[in-house]
Ligand binder design. Structure first.
Ligand code: ACO
Ligand code: ZN
Length: 281
């Protein structure tokens, strides 16, 4: 019940300013009470501290010496960089990021226990600094094989392929860990659309290459996508038959091509050779 109350709370902050954008918010976020009467919050785009007045932000920007998220840059390709932020080492940053993200995430409980999470922050970099585009969070240790807890692309950057990049990135981390992964449930509508698109494209491309002569287990080993997600994706595309107590993949090359076309653009590619990362110990 308490959770439900939290989900249905009325939106409290209508707008935020972040970097060069003014952004209309989508949902309630549990900012400390003294911020709740402000129509607009001003965020430092680098440390994500937030303020009630523009002048406070301007003063802050003169002394804030961050030009990118705190933590390690683990990926750089062209102007795109990924930073890994440990919630235990950067508690305030982690909390600020959660407050910000909740403004665009509906049915997610916010974890204040940011210690237990790593944050992967995607940035577009130029000579003024690294500007946050979106992020995903990941539990340091997940019992349920979750490889992603929350994912967000900030509204001004949505529908440009960054979401698919973040999803692909989460699976590249799982491959390096030698584990399969799945996103934490529930997924939002936009989350499900993005995952379905990613799964469909990745799986169909492999099926095409292997002329469908491949098992779900082999697909899972190659992609780090959990077998359940593979099954539900292929079922939704009507590519699974149930024979002699087993699920088998049945796909005509023409049907694959048709589905691939419908799956849309591939998005921004993750260049794995540019990922410098070892799993969290
Ligand atoms: N309308 C219709 N389809 C959409 C829309 C939309 N507004 N947005 C995304 N999609 C679908 C499309 O199929 C799109 O592919 P296409 O552009 O090739 O057609 C695909 O999703 C992914 O598009 P991207 O540009 O790669 O994704 P984006 O950068 O927009 O990020 C995300 C997707 C992260 C889900 C974003 O919409 C978002 O931040 N939403 C708010 C927060 C949220 O709901 N997060 C997921 C919660 S679930 C969880 O965290 C585990
Ligand atoms: Zn700052």
């Amino acid at each position: 019940l308490r959770e439900h109350e939290e989900f249905t709370k009325v939106k409290n902050i209508a707008k935020i300013e972040l970097g060069r954008y003014e952004i209309d918010t989508w949902y309630f976020s549990p900012f400390p009470p003294e911020y709740n009467d402000s129509p607009k919050l001003y965020f430092c785009e680098f440390c994500l501290n937030f303020m009630k007045r523009k002048e406070q932000l301007q003063r802050h920007m003169r002394k804030c010496d961050l030009k990118h998220p705190p933590g390690d840059e683990i990926y750089r390709s062209g102007t795109l960089s990924m930073f890994e932020v440990d919630g235990k080492k950067n508690k305030v940053y982690g909390q600020n990021l959660c407050y910000l993200a909740k403004l665009f995430l509906d049915h997610k409980t916010l974890y204040y226990d940011v210690d237990l999470f790593l944050f992967y922050v995607l940035c577009e970099c130029d000579d003024r600094g690294c500007h946050m585009v979106g992020y995903f969070s990941k539990e340091k240790h997940s019992e349920e094989s979750y490889n992603l807890a929350c994912i967000l692309t900030l509204p001004p950057y949505q529908r440009k392929g960054y979401g698919k990049f973040l999803i692909a990135f989460s699976y590249e981390l799982s491959k390096k860990e030698g584990k399969v992964g799945t996103p934490e449930r529930p997924l939002s509508d936009l989350g499900l659309l993005s995952y379905r698109g990613y799964w469909t494209r990745v799986l169909l491309e492999i099926l095409k290459k292997h002329k469908s002569n491949i098992s779900i287990k082999e697909l899972s080993d190659m992609t780090a996508i959990k077998a359940d997600d593979i099954l539900s994706t292929l079922q939704s595309l009507d590519l699974i038959q149930y024979r002699k107590g087993q699920h088998v993949i049945c796909a005509d090359p023409k049907v694959l091509d048709r589905h691939l076309k419908a799956a849309g653009r591939g998005g921004l590619e993750v260049d794995v050779s540019k990922l410098i990362w070892t799993p969290y110990k």
